[in-house]
Ligand binder design. Structure first.
Ligand code: BGC
Length: 364
């Protein structure tokens, strides 16, 4: 079904809690929380759609949630600096209740650094539109100090898997977040951001392309983020171009993009947010027709009421695992706010790229 950017934006705004948090999915049993990762992308989509006040409320909410844990975080940083082992159970959480006040337990793989990097990155984008409030800057400095202290601590990735690995998109998110903090806080943070990025270029490559994790030569769709939106490489960067080619060759199905080949969550379906993210990247690179095709693929999965799910089964989906997760948690999350946000970002980028195309003067 057809929906306009306006409808998707409205859905995102409707599901922002009064305090500023965005719920991951209002109807899925496991997602009544706010993840920083999802939230950072959602805030950016709303910012781009002209809803700056909503993004500001989200950033202020994150700042309150993080500042409430300041003494714990400072103690962890001090322990890390003294060479003590830090307890992963005490690290900043991945997801928060919507009031930001209490941590969510229940055995969730909580130690994930990428969301904090993505939050700083998203806040950096927000800061381009006007000065940040002092309390938000204070919370950002705390997060930047935390990332500087622990960036090389192995942790769960963007898919909440692989606790003992160094994941490329996690490190890249941290690098981009610290670089952003280097602009809107203190230049010193960018020096660490550059060091993290060097680490990625040295350790997260194989056969001339970026890989899913150190010593894991597979590709993962989250590698697209290195260029769009994180801006660590551009489209023409040769390792990135090879990565993109492999991602499309191995992960693009007739229903959209898989997270990675060996995925078993809900059988390993095609993720709307990743397909839309790929469309966003192609539009940024000026390949508008390709971007439109991919966006069409993502939007084909709208339900009758226009909602976008997290993922859909596709060719190669493992029936046993699809059934297992469906019995355990019910059908896949829908609407997933992050899916709507990525579709909005792709739609806006395509519109801008098409406009750039119409107004560019041929050079020869
Ligand atoms: C995904 C995460 C996401 C979370 C909430 C998980 O299943 O792996 O990437 O942040 O859902 O949407």
């Amino acid at each position: 079904m057809q929906r306009s950017t306006h409808d998707d934006v409205r859905l995102l705004l409707e599901h922002q809690a009064p305090g500023g948090a965005y719920v991951a999915s209002p109807s899925f049993s496991q997602y009544p929380f706010c993840w920083l990762r999802d939230g950072a992308f959602i805030a950016h989509a709303l910012e781009r759609a002209g809803e700056r006040a909503s993004a500001a409320r989200f950033h202020a909410w994150v700042a309150r949630a993080v500042k409430g844990r300041e003494s714990d975080v400072r103690e962890l940083i001090a322990r890390g600096a003294a060479g003590d082992t830090v307890d992963h159970e005490r690290m900043l959480p991945t997801r928060f209740t919507l009031d930001g006040s209490s941590e969510v337990d229940g055995g969730w793989p909580d130690f994930q650094l990428d969301g904090y990097g993505q939050w700083l990155w998203s806040l950096g984008q927000h800061s381009r539109g006007g000065a940040l409030a002092e309390d938000v800057r204070g919370a950002a400095a705390l997060v930047a100090d935390y990332l500087e202290a622990f960036w090389d601590e192995p942790c769960y990735d963007a898919w909440e898997e692989g606790r003992t690995q160094h994941h490329t998109s996690t490190l890249a998110s941290v690098a981009a977040g610290l670089r952003a903090a280097g602009v809107f806080l203190e230049p010193g943070y960018a020096v660490t951001g550059d060091a993290v990025w060097r680490f990625v270029r040295e350790r997260c490559m194989s056969d001339g392309h970026f890989v899913k994790a150190v010593r894991n030569p597979a590709v993962d769709a989250s590698l697209v983020w290195l260029a769009t939106p994180l801006g660590l490489v551009d489209d023409a960067d040769s390792p990135f171009a090879r990565t993109l080619a492999r991602v499309e060759e191995e992960l693009l199905t007739r229903d959209g993009l898989l997270r990675y080949r060996a995925d078993t969550f809900y059988g390993g379906g095609a993720w709307v947010l990743l397909t839309a993210g790929l469309a966003w990247h192609h539009a940024r690179a000026g390949r508008v027709e390709r971007a439109r095709e991919l966006l069409g693929l993502a939007e084909r999965h709208r339900t009758a009421d226009g909602n976008l799910p997290e993922q859909v089964p596709t060719e190669g989906t493992d029936a046993w695992f699809l059934d297992y997760w469906t019995r355990r948690w019910g059908p896949t999350a829908s609407p997933l706010l992050w899916s709507h946000a990525m579709v909005v970002l792709a739609q806006l980028e395509i519109a801008e790229a098409a406009c750039r195309g119409r107004h560019s003067t041929p050079t020869s």
